[in-house]
Design a protein around this ligand. Sequence first.
Ligand code: ADQ
Length: 489
Amino acid sequence: CGRQVGRPLRQRLLVVANRLPVSAVRKGEESWSLEISAGGLVSALLGVKEFEARWIGWAGVNVPDEVGQRALTKALAEKRCIPVFLDEEIVHQYYNGYCNNILWPLFHYLGLPQEDRLATTRSFQSQFAAYKKANQMFADVVNEHYEDGDVVWCHDYHLMFLPKCLKDYNIKMKVGWFLHTPFPSSEIHRTLPSRSELLRSVLAADLVGFHTYDYARHFVSACTRILGLEGTPEGVEDQGKMTRVAAFPIGIDSDRFIRALEVPQVQEHIKELTERFSGRKVMLGVDRLDMIKGIPQKILAFEKFLEENQYWRDKVVLLQIAVPTRTDVPEYQKLTSQVHEIVGRINGRFGTLTAVPIHHLDRSLDFHALCALYAVTDVALVTSLRDGMNLVSYEFVACQDSKKGVLILSEFAGAAQSLGAGALLVNPWNITEVASSIGQALNMTSEEREKRHRHNFLHVTNHTAQEWAETFVSELNDTVVEAQLRTRQ
Ligand code: ADQ
């Protein structure tokens, strides 16, 4: 099986996700340059050291020619990555269409696009057909690389059809599926024309995981109410076949962040930022520029705070770092303009010749710059309208052991369930409440900050990405053994 002598036996883990954790740029007919890319799932799985993991996914580029595909496959193999090649049409219909235009907004309670509301519309049907086709293409690649004893861990809403495709290939394959977004109330899921087919496909997995108990409960309710199946405390039962459903809250590789603060380059950066903003409290927002992150709501709450607290106007600065995503989608372009417009208005209103209250950057920061920013922050603002978990809140806490800053956190982020006791929880739709929490955070005593930080820091350093992955995989192994014992009885 290719294992080296003297190396501890580790279970092979096939991690299947829409995107491979690398971005690939073609340099010549047979030459590719590869770079590890940022993102929630990547950040989480970078912390997993216990398995012999291989990634299976789309490399994010269209490679129509066989020469290019062979060269890319070879280059990726060095990074333990295996590509699934999707052509432009499939990507358009499956990824931009069904995944990002239908499932993503629906799972975040933003509803279905109006024109796709009926199952009979051509675009809905063709997008769903492409979704299934793409999932089948992922299954083909998994099947080709699968060895007996492997664990196959499917990730996210892009691959809800995959567990069924895999079990159709091999009923004995150990298959787990984990959702990184919220799973909405069954009444929301009910509106999806392909609601039953998707639920049944997911149920083909042995273990189905969510970030929070609430999402797991919503999923079980959808199966009982929409499919008429039986929900049990363990999961969902369908004609004697049990699918285990449970909550596995993700974490981060906290040591990586804590260690980064010791790096000279980061310390230098911390020094520069401290000098640059001396005499002002630093508030920070770090998000992908997405409607679910509640960026306009956050900035409007900051404006309200400045409006009502003249004292703070020249003593606080908000740094909003927003990485643009899905830039070809009109709604996202509209969101960018909207954010720019609000920021411009507020800076015009409250800025002076020497300082502005908001620094908004439309870009990604490198890891060290991000750690330095987290470390100098007094108040972090996470105002997601819905968010599966939200790792930014965890990363901020990990970098705050000297400063003990305050986290203002949306109650609609999964993280509210784990960091709620240490954070100031807010309803991001209530601008007045968020504005008053900003005041509370800026005026908080050091004793209270210390107490709140301690709670969150312990959580973030004890419930890491590594522990998350180990728990999921060991639960998957146990679930399969228990099912085998049950069928033998
Ligand atoms: P995301 O929606 O991407 O993830 P989040 O959990 O906050 O959200 O993770 C974002 C990651 O990207 C973080 O590691 C952060 O450091 C990084 N990032 C964001 N903005 C950045 C910037 N400007 N520069 C550099 N890095 C930046 C999805 C779900 C979440 C869930 C994760 C993991 O939507 O709810 O927590 O998966 O399951």
